[in-house]
Design a binder for this molecule. Structure first.
Ligand code: DGJ
Length: 375
């Protein structure tokens, strides 16, 4: 009798763990496929980025939920850890969205979170695009949160529009005059004229510059930069962060005016800075763009679409979010993109592809399946 009870107990346990944990470890990347975590659940870290810390990779991204409403920040920022980049362990919610009743700003729109470590303070700093409740998509704020532990919990500090009262390093005379766009808002996908003539920068001098799609980049000298779509998404800003990475110093540059670059991802190779970006078409994928510069504050030179063989001109049906330098492997970088599913946000997929170099240019080609040791 006892034997039977034990047999039933262990059979139920085995069935339960077969249903909830990943049966076989991954040893390759399969772009666009379901990617299960250690519990057998599709990874939920969209618009994300990766931090390498003490021998492990940590992937932070937007936790999405089911259906169209799942595009909103209903839960927060999800964190996963990995030693090999193929197999990811769920580390839980690193930054939680507060209940509506708390009156907190982080209620609805929290996008593209990125985490860096400040080696001087030992703190982990997360920045993200924040659209506070009740403002539609017009808030265009950057939120910042901090933690003593890489996996969190992160404590929300504030949300700002960067660089209030500061002119960019490459300011034009026209920005110092009045703005014909004073008190006007636009739809974020186009402008009724030239961004400089409309002087969107001047319009936002006092309150700070709009900041939506974003990434972070830490340079070899420990200086950190916040890179974001600004001026109604028309122009990319690169802004220096303070030594503690918790605010902006006021030094920034504006690049690609009127090009409507979203989804910026930055990396550095052999002393040169590279950017990958998308155009501005909501959740629908569009043709990728890339650029190179010897200096983070420019001159940035556009290099065109880095994708090779992408006949549909949709970045292989994805949008950039991060470019990951693989630790201990020279010249090994991974393109990380999102294949959004706006009708069922939780089903968004990840497109990770190897980056190759061709002179000053980097390129990306599709492959159904690949391994790091084949690169
Ligand atoms: C495109 C951006 O890249 C995403 O982060 C997101 O904000 C969508 N637009 C919303 O339409």
């Amino acid at each position: 009798m006892m034997k039977n009870i034990y047999a039933i107990f262990f059979t139920v346990l085995a069935l339960f763990s077969a249903c909830t944990s990943k049966p076989v470890a991954d040893d390759s990347f399969k772009p666009g496929e379901i990617w299960s975590d250690n519990n057998g659940i599709h990874i939920n870290a969209h618009g994300g980025g990766i931090l390498f810390d003490q021998g492990k990779y940590y992937w932070f991204g937007e936790h999405k939920t089911e259906g169209e409403q799942g595009n909103l920040a209903n839960v927060g920022v999800h964190c996963y850890s990995s030693s090999d980049l193929y197999n990811w362990t769920d580390e839980g919610i690193a930054l939680a969205v507060m209940p509506e009743s708390s009156g907190s700003d982080i209620e609805k729109g929290l996008e593209r979170p990125k985490v860096v470590k400040n080696e001087k303070t030992g703190k982990y700093i997360m920045w993200f695009h924040l659209e506070p409740k009740g403002k539609g998509y017009k808030g265009a704020l950057s939120g910042v949160a901090v933690s003593d532990n890489v996996t969190g919990p992160y404590v929300y500090l504030k949300a700002v529009r960067p660089s209030a009262g500061h002119y960019p390093v490459n300011v034009l005379d026209i920005h110092k005059g009045d703005s014909p766009a004073q008190n006007q808002n636009f739809d974020g996908g186009s402008l009724p004229g030239n961004v400089d003539t409309l002087n969107i920068l001047g319009r936002d001098m006092k309150g700070g510059q709009m900041a939506r799609d974003m990434t972070l980049f830490v340079d070899d000298d420990g200086k950190a930069y916040h890179i974001y779509s600004s001026e109604e998404n028309s122009t990319l800003h690169i802004a220096e962060l303070s030594d503690d990475y918790l605010s902006h110093t006021g030094k920034y540059g504006r690049f690609f005016p009127g090009r409507f670059m979203e989804a910026p991802a930055m990396f550095k190779r052999k002393g040169k800075y590279y950017l990958m970006m998308s155009g501005c078409t909501g959740w629908s994928p569009n043709q990728a763009r890339s650029a190179v510069s010897d200096n983070i504050f420019g001159e940035w030179k556009e290099l065109g679409d880095p994708c090779i063989g992408d006949t549909t001109k949709t970045t292989f049906h994805s949008q950039s979010t991060y470019i990951l330098p693989v630790q201990g492997k020279e010249d090994c970088y991974i393109y990380m993109g999102d294949r959004w599913n706006p009708k069922d946000a939780i089903d968004g997929r990840y497109v990770w592809l190897p980056i190759r170099f061709d002179g000053d240019r980097f390129t990306i080609e599709w492959t159904d399946q690949w391994k790091l040791n084949e690169q």
